[in-house]
Design a protein around this ligand. Structure first.
Ligand SMILES: Nc1ncnc2c1ncn2[C@@H]1O[C@H](COP(=O)(O)OP(=O)(O)OP(=O)(O)O)[C@@H](O)[C@H]1O
Length: 761
């Protein structure tokens, strides 16, 4: 669609006047790009995308950015909206440099529609527009009014339908509506008409023409339908990192005597290619055969494909770099010298020092937190799983870790009895014939050991060697008599009785834990049996006991309990890593679907995104922590002698710490896969080094030092002190845990904020 007759504004758009390139003139454009260089890839293999590109978008125009796929249009737009950084060059947007304080860019002055859909599939159209409207400081009533208008303009379906249920074309229109909802000064649309039918495309262009009519709004649009760009006031034809031409479509068509813009683009591309090979005489003849309108092409592009400026800059066309000054811009109509007086005023925003102190904006926080909760509400099965998962892990821990092994089999060769003719059974009394049978019976009854009897050592040894039994016990044939002699004679016991009163144990120590349990049971069992036997003989049991007595412990448990030892570390680890997974997952989802980029262009800051996630995830973590603690203590009866508040707050802090680590993971990693590697890669070191499953005192001295600095080490020790010793916050071992984890939260948050701030392009 074209407007009838040249308006004053159109005249202005066509009028160029050579003048000095000053910051002043650059600030007066809607967008002004100078000597832009942007490359991806490494130093040795750079992929140069923008190569000295100049671009001038006057206020109040529709600027069509055209070029082949992959030529760098999206990259250029991302640099303009402040989401990517140039390697060198300058960009001015609405009078300021993107990202500088007070420029308003990124912010609600811009409406940005990225190439990807970048919307929340679970939200309805209404909710989507409400979110983007709120982000841009609109009230709910204003959003509703705009919604009605945009539904009509873009022929959107019922606003209460969910975005994920719409067709691809409908989703693109919702995405466009989200960019238009706050009626911004500068609209940047990356291929808004892809997949849109011709009638609707016409509507969209009609709307763009309408909003730019009064010169207050500016539109930059990329499209693959080159001919629809005829409705733009200016077009930039991009190729090889710079513009082949930057001119009004009518003028280009006239100058090149072409039928369509597509023809112009083809001609310019051929000319540019020929310039690259101008030393070839064969190609030179072809070049000569193509009619080139005088002064209409970027000579620099022909002469030297490394250089890049072509801009016929609106009121600024002498601003060429040394290199690009060799180029000839597409000539403006030099006959017209006047510039209409009322250029849109220069945007100057005063920056107060207090602005630097404002970390978050409450309207932004409201929109973000509302959006996060709405997403959760729409994903109840996912959320149930997320809250239920730590509980499941805790139940598994309580059921599986730290308990004594059951039914451990031992192979016994008792040479005191004539096996298999005779049975080895308990016989009461001081004069019982086989004390070994009484001892083995005592052990079987009091410990979870199963005795299997064999006639020969060879048979018994085979069972151990084949893994059917964990140890072989060999009882000497005169064990009972020798033991009695030992008790009766004390230090005068003959050496044969000393040797004859010893049961030999041959263990399978391939499983250290089970071997240790067997050793413990045999020793404690012997002590227990000896005491009962001595009592039956009216002898003081102390005679046989070792001269050390373990009284009731001051803290902790009578018998070693690994479940209670490991529980504090396990609780903190579960909550920490669930938060890592949840946060990095949520952030990466937003980032990779382009939603985060879009939100940041709307003026939301990385810090606000982080804080909103902190608030939302905190609620989730609260639920997770409560459930985990309920299952660990009241239900599974793990020891808890301490203050519930301290226990709860330290667990929550570990979740917050995990959340902040999740932010770091999502900021540093490009995709879910690298995030998974990073999270998994950190899991085992933390579990191994933080004293969760083994005391840090047992580590090598250097590791002990390193371990002390890790996020969960002090916290685990602190939690152990709280629940096992019942210590309060005033005790250093307890508050060190709180301090260390708080310090880690600050470190992770700072890293995330810095990475979000500085990692662009
Ligand atoms: N993050 C990135 N890292 C490395 N290369 C990139 C990155 N983003 C884009 N590129 C490369 O930069 C070039 C320009 O990409 P860009 O998306 O800007 O092109 P485009 O003109 O918008 O293409 P299209 O019209 O197909 O969307 C492409 O070759 C692309 O592969």
């Amino acid at each position: 669609m074209t407007t009838a007759g040249p308006t004053e504004l159109e005249l202005r758009r066509r009028n160029f006047k050579a003048q000095q390139s000053t910051v002043q003139t650059r600030k007066q454009q809607a967008v002004c790009v100078r000597r832009a260089h942007k490359k991806y890839g490494s130093k040795s293999q750079p992929n140069i995308i923008l190569d000295g590109l100049n671009m001038t978008v006057p206020k109040g125009c529709i600027y069509g950015l055209l070029g082949a796929s992959g030529c760098g249009k999206t990259t250029l737009l991302n640099c303009i909206v402040g989401r990517k950084r140039l390697n060198s060059g300058e960009i001015w947007v609405l009078g300021g440099q993107p990202g500088s304080k007070g420029s308003g860019v990124p912010g609600p002055r811009i409406g940005y529609m990225p190439q990807e859909i970048a919307l929340y599939g679970e939200f309805s159209i209404r909710e989507t527009l409400k979110y983007f409207g709120w982000v841009s400081d609109l009230s709910t009533e204003q959003v509703e009014a705009r919604l009605e208008f945009l539904v009509n303009l873009l022929m959107l379906p019922d606003p209460d339908r969910q975005v994920k249920c719409l067709s691809g074309g409908q989703q693109r229109r919702v995405s466009l509506a989200a960019a238009l909802v706050h009626d911004p000064e500068l609209l940047i649309l990356d291929e808004p008409t892809v997949g849109v039918d011709p009638l609707l495309r016409q509507n969209i262009w009609g709307h763009l023409v309408e909003i730019t009519k009064h010169g207050r709004k500016t539109v930059i649009i990329t499209t693959h339908y080159i001919d629809e760009a005829r409705q733009a006031h200016l077009i930039g034809l991009m190729r090889g990192g710079y513009f082949l031409a930057e001119e009004s479509p009518e003028q280009l068509i006239v100058q090149f005597g072409a039928e369509s813009l597509e023809d112009v683009f083809l001609k310019l591309s051929v000319i540019q290619n020929m310039g690259k090979r101008r030393r070839s005489s064969i190609l030179q003849s072809v070049t000569d055969a193509i009619p080139i309108p005088a002064g209409s092409v970027n000579e620099g592009a022909i002469l030297d494909d490394e250089v890049g400026e072509i801009s016929g800059e609106f009121g600024d066309n002498t601003s060429m770099s040394g290199r690009s000054a060799r180029r000839v811009s597409i000539a403006p109509d030099a006959s017209v010298e006047t510039i209409p007086p009322e250029l849109p005023p220069e945007e100057e925003t005063e920056v107060k020092w207090t602005d630097y102190l404002k970390i978050v904006k409450w309207s932004h926080m409201r929109a973000l937190v509302w959006k996060n909760f709405l997403w959760m509400w729409r994903n109840i099965p996912v959320m149930t799983f997320i809250i239920g998962l730590p509980v499941g892990q805790m139940i598994l821990f309580c059921l599986s870790i730290g308990h004594d092994p059951n039914d451990v089999t031992l192979s016994v060769v008792n040479n005191e009895i004539n096996y298999p003719m005779e049975r080895c059974e308990y016989k009461a009394g001081c004069n019982a014939s086989y004390l070994s049978c009484n001892y083995l019976d005592y052990i079987s009854n009091n410990y979870s050991l199963i005795m299997n009897y064999y006639a020969t050592e060879a048979e018994a040894r085979q069972t151990v060697e084949k893994g059917k039994s964990w140890a072989m016990l060999v009882v000497p044939n005169n064990f009972s008599d020798s033991l009695r002699s030992r008790i009766d004679n004390g230090k005068d016991t003959p050496s044969w009785d000393l040797a004859g009163s010893v049961i030999d144990v041959f263990s399978d120590k391939s499983n250290e834990n089970i071997a240790t349990f067997i050793t413990r049971d045999l020793l404690f069992g012997l002590e227990g049996y000896a005491k009962s036997f001595l009592k039956q003989c009216d002898i003081d049991p102390k005679v046989f006991g070792i001269p050390i007595k373990f009284e009731t412990p001051i803290y902790g448990y009578g018998s070693p309990d690994f479940t209670d030892f490991a529980a504090p570390g396990i609780i903190l680890t579960i909550i920490f890593f669930m938060a890592v997974a949840l946060t990095s997952g949520a952030m990466l989802m937003e980032r990779n679907e382009g939603i985060l980029e879009r939100t940041l262009v709307n003026g939301i800051t990385g810090t606000e995104v982080l804080f909103s996630q902190v608030i939302t995830q905190f609620v989730v973590m609260f639920g997770q922590t409560t459930m985990v603690l309920v299952f660990a203590f009241p239900i599974f009866q793990l020891t808890q002698n301490g203050n519930w508040f301290n226990l709860f707050s330290l667990t929550i802090l570990s979740g917050v710490c995990g959340m902040c680590f999740g932010f770091v993971v999502s900021c540093v990693c490009e995709n879910e896969r690298s995030a998974t590697y990073m999270a998994l890669g950190s899991f085992l070191p933390i579990v191994m080094l933080c004293g969760i499953i083994w005391p840090i005192e047992a580590m090598s001295p250097y590791l002990t030092w390193a371990s002390t600095c890790l996020p969960l080490t002090q916290a685990t020790e602190s939690l152990r002190c709280i629940i096992a010793r019942g210590w309060g916050i005033q005790v250093p071992a307890v508050y060190y845990g709180f301090l260390s984890i708080t310090l880690w939260i600050c470190i992770f948050l700072t890293i995330s904020i810095l990475v979000l701030k500085f990692r662009k392009g």
